[in-house]
Design a binder for this molecule. Sequence first.
Ligand code: ATP
Length: 355
Amino acid sequence: MTTTEPPSDAAEHVFSVRNLWKVFGPKADRIPGDQALTGLSVAELRERTGCTAAVRDVSFDVRKGEVFVVMGLSGSGKSTLVRCLTRLVEPTSGSLAIDGEDVLSMDRSRLRELRRHRAAMVFQHFGLLPHRTVLDNVAYGLEVQGVGRAERRARAAEVVGKVGLDGLEDRRPGQLSGGQQQRVGLARALAVDPEVLLFDEPFSALDPLIRRDMQEEVVRLHEEEGRTMVFITHDLNEALRLGDRIALMRDGEIVQLGTPEEIVGSPADDYVRDFVRDVPREQVLTVASAMRAPQAGDAESGPAVSPSAPVSQAIEALVRTGEPTARVMSDGRLLGVVDRACLLAVVAGTLAVTA
Ligand SMILES: Nc1ncnc2c1ncn2[C@@H]1O[C@H](COP(=O)(O)OP(=O)(O)OP(=O)(O)O)[C@@H](O)[C@H]1O
């Protein structure tokens, strides 16, 4: 399936991507325009032409201030797609803009500026310089930009504090745990104060508890700063925890783009349905999607819940109070009610969420 987004208001978008292709292999640029080939599966295309279509006709916008997650199994095209955004991988065809500016026509110095100032990447393998201290590693991006020593060290010290590395400024990377090293990588990207942070599976090498810590760190930083983030992961729970919206990729295409609630509550096809089958719906779907209009005879005394609360909270409130319905309230107004049938429909997976 091809995902198309309507023409967009560039002012609200950091990246706008339309009909983007990345094909690896001989004569790759012939493939996007050849209708006999574009309909083939990745495997058929590889067999017929020796080419791999890593990204196939993908269109989406990344909105200002959102956490946009690119999720999919290994080989689905996530890294290639995100690397195309700053032309670390050169797209084969399509259009691509950052803040309305055409990325594909940027010359080398403009591209360098894009990667250094506007869209900084946080890699899985940190990319730290082993002989430098934490502070100098964090300051490195600023050094590359030509910022003076005193200013870059002051800025680096500030960012080191922001990511919880206070007191470790003089250590070398080899004297840090994996989680701490990842914080240094994050701090280095933050130090240049980019408009958007791109994360390429940054936490997949970390053990589960530290990974959880780092996810919370990202959520906290995002709440504090509101910076736009594009985050690659193959981990559904990570995607659901972090993403304002998730693009789910398969074989180079985006099979569904939506909020966690849309992806879990109304999967676009059997592939997505299978992908999200084990997700506890009551923790992802909100009370707003489960509620119904109040009717005569509904108890007026039920507990109040917020429309944006997860359904699990309403279940807990009904169990705790023994009431038959909870009232969905916003700014003192009654928006609807949820009863046991509404809540069970969520848990049983029979509630379809409309986008
Ligand atoms: N430089 C390259 N040359 C040829 N094929 C490539 C190249 N880079 C990636 N590919 C192929 O493109 C497809 C998508 O790869 P990509 O690394 O983008 O996937 P991914 O979803 O990020 O995977 P992972 O989670 O394993 O990193 C794969 O089939 C891969 O083998």
